[in-house]
Design a protein around this ligand. Structure first.
Ligand SMILES: Nc1ncnc2c1ncn2[C@@H]1O[C@H](COP(=O)(O)OP(=O)(O)OP(=O)(O)O)[C@@H](O)[C@H]1O
Length: 638
């Protein structure tokens, strides 16, 4: 039932009308200014024709024309100002529309990062949010104002010419439709081509970023040359798509110029015949018409150029709309309502907590789930359904839980299970058995394909995302370290303001104080991208320090597979043990020591939860578990 409320219902209205609806006042202003611009254009031509008539035909003294020239200058200045104002309003609309598009894209991509990460390449998404959104600019800054101008000013000029001389008016009336007709034909062609161009650009950006990130791996495996050829092929496809559009654009310009030249030529010929042969027209009238006609055609021609740019922009907007629709996110917020705050809010929350795993956009998350058809929403849209505070640490219940990455991809069947509040759970199993997938489902990072995860008796899909994530910390094997100081990176653990003392205490509890003492600037040392590097163990301790600040009631932990030194391992274990005093801890466990310590062990095999119980129980009842323990004892890794 919810599905109809999400994207699909509103999608019919389209992204573009939604964006433009927020700028009705501005478009009305452009219309009024265009009306004034039309009057100024005609006024300028009238004054110029009068000046020429007085000087060259009536041989009047230049001094007697001072008032006319002053008026002419005034009208020209007004015309320039009006044109400038129209341009500025167009730019404002474009700036707001682009901000809104980027905000929507960010909300969409951050709504469920795990699902987003699976679809398409990162470089392609970056290109979409940067280049494609920039390309959409033309529609708002050029196309819209020019189209409005072209629908008003030429009409005013046409009326003026009809009043002055009906045959000239008729020539304009019959030649003018060729321009929009031609544009429509070209437009049909360019829309498809520009969509193709953006696809090529996204593909090129994706290949490029991917190669850049994996450069070392490519070199080590001797694949650099091959990848170079792939980038070359990808960039050539993009070039071809761009050249195709340019070819159409040049043909378009040539054809438009020809139509305009022919139109002006026919009117000029007709005027010359009236003036010289039939002698039934005054010079002033003929000259005035001759001044107005190029203005008429130029406006239509500009509309043609803007139309071409507009089609390219439409391709860009269409691509953005498709991405938004694919992810099922449609926002109720309009361009006028959005502000920097909302963008920043989403980006920061989406990327800071738990190393880029959560977002605060509740609507977005719920829409996402609904739109995927086979999957329930990750979280409830309403804040009212939150689990009561007193229920934390909560009982976590899996009910006929299953998940599949794709129709014939890996399927996880966890069945039903109850995790009591405060229990220490170890998930074990061979590599690829589905341990991480199960943890992601429990964390609410993946929406179940069927069944549900219940937190304190309430389905996670019914809980508020914000409320749930407030209580959870997920420490992955490779926690993300942001570019910033050690202190800033620890402070990310909580959204409240924390004192330096709290940060230092959290760092001490996580066994990070010795490292801080060794660093040149202590807790103020810059780490992360562009800063000092940290080892895997140090990163995990930093993530634990974040957890100490947050004091979660559900701690999800992916134990490192690669060997940590005994000292680091002990620190990590002590810290986890301390955090676990007030929390339910679910660990993907690789070490026998961790496994044995757990209250309950969940044993995964090929996506199925085949056993659950204490170490002793499983040793007695589950041969694959006993076998795994035996292998571990002998020191053979699985
Ligand atoms: N995004 C994805 N799309 C499709 N399949 C995936 C995706 N992520 C994981 N898988 C597949 O799901 C299966 C389970 O993966 P998962 O990461 O849950 O296993 P795991 O038990 O945690 O493995 P490991 O111990 O090696 O981390 C694997 O076969 C994996 O290839």
């Amino acid at each position: 039932m919810k599905k109809s409320k999400t994207g699909r219902g509103r999608q019919k209205s389209g992204l573009l009308p939604e964006l433009m609806a927020a700028h009705q006042k501005r478009t009305l202003l452009i219309r009024l200014l265009s009306l004034a611009l039309g009057a100024a254009t005609i006024g300028q031509a009238v004054l110029l024709a009068q000046a020429v008539q007085r000087i060259f035909v009536e041989k009047a003294a230049p001094a007697s024309l001072i008032a006319v020239f002053a008026l002419l200058l005034g009208v020209m200045a007004v015309r320039t100002l009006l044109a400038h104002a129209n341009g500025r309003i167009g730019l404002r609309i474009a700036a707001d529309a682009k901000k809104e598009l980027r905000a929507r894209l960010l909300r969409t991509l951050a709504a469920n990062p795990l699902i987003t990460a699976r679809q398409g390449q990162t470089g392609g998404k970056v290109s979409l949010a940067l280049d494609t959104v920039d390309e959409a600019d033309g529609y708002f800054s050029q196309y819209t104002p020019k189209m409005i101008e072209a629908s008003i000013i030429p009409l005013l000029i046409l009326i003026a010419v009809f009043i002055l001389h009906v045959p000239s008016g008729l020539i304009l009336l019959f030649t003018a439709p060729f321009i929009p007709l031609f544009m429509a034909l070209i437009g049909i062609q360019t829309k498809h081509k520009s969509e193709e161009k953006f696809e090529q650009l996204a593909r090129f950006s994706g290949t490029f970023l991917d190669s850049l990130q994996g450069l070392v791996t490519l070199k080590l495996f001797g694949r650099a040359k091959r990848q170079e050829r792939e980038i070359e092929r990808s960039s050539l496809s993009y070039r071809d798509a761009t050249m195709d559009i340019l070819r159409v654009a040049f043909t378009n310009t040539f054809a438009l110029e020809t139509i305009v030249m022919l139109g002006i030529g026919i009117v000029a010929l007709e005027l010359a015949l009236q003036l010289v042969v039939f002698k039934n027209m005054q010079f002033h009238t003929a000259f005035l018409i001759l001044l107005l006609v190029p203005e008429f055609y130029n406006l239509l021609k500009n509309m043609g150029t803007a139309f071409h740019g507009g089609r390219t922009s439409l391709g860009a907007i269409r691509n953005i709309e498709l991405t938004l629709a694919e992810n099922g996110i449609r926002e109720t917020q309009t361009a006028g309502q959005s502000d920097n705050q909302s963008v920043r809010g989403n980006t920061v929350t989406g990327s800071t907590m738990m190393g880029s795993t959560v977002t605060s956009d509740v609507d977005a998350a719920s829409d996402l789930g609904a739109s995927r058809g086979d999957q329930t929403p990750a979280f409830a849209a309403s804040q009212e359904d939150s689990v009561p505070e007193k229920s934390f640490p909560p009982a976590i219940e899996l009910s006929e839980l299953s998940f599949h990455y794709g129709s014939d991809a890996f399927t996880l069947n966890a069945g039903s299970l109850l995790i009591e509040p405060g229990q220490q759970i170890a998930i074990v199993g061979k590599s690829g058995s589905g341990k991480t997938t199960l943890l992601h489902l429990i964390a609410g990072l993946l929406p179940p394909s069927s069944g549900e995860v219940r937190i304190a008796g309430r389905a996670l899909t019914q809980a508020s995302e914000d409320d749930w994530f407030k209580h959870v910390t997920y420490i992955t094997q490779h926690p993300y370290i942001f570019a910033g100081t050690v202190a800033e990176n620890i402070a990310i653990g909580t959204d409240r303001d924390v004192s330096r003392t709290e940060i230092v205490q959290a760092a001490e509890a996580a066994g990070l104080s010795a490292l801080a003492a060794e660093l040149e600037h202590g807790y103020d040392t810059i780490v992360g991208d562009g800063g000092r590097g940290l080892s895997g163990g140090e990163k995990q301790r930093l993530a634990l320090a974040r957890a100490f600040l947050k004091r979660p009631s559900v701690l999800l932990f992916d134990e490192p597979t690669v060997g940590l030194d005994l000292h680091t391992e002990r620190i990590l274990m002590q810290a986890i043990a301390e955090l676990s005093q007030q929390a339910t801890v679910i660990t993907i466990a690789h070490r026998l020591h961790t496994i044995r310590q757990a209250d309950r062990i969940l044993f995964m095999e090929q996506g199925r939860l085949i056993g659950s119980g204490s170490h002793e129980e499983l040793l007695d009842t589950l041969p694959p578990y006993a076998q795994m323990v035996e292998i571990q004892r002998k020191g053979i890794t699985t």
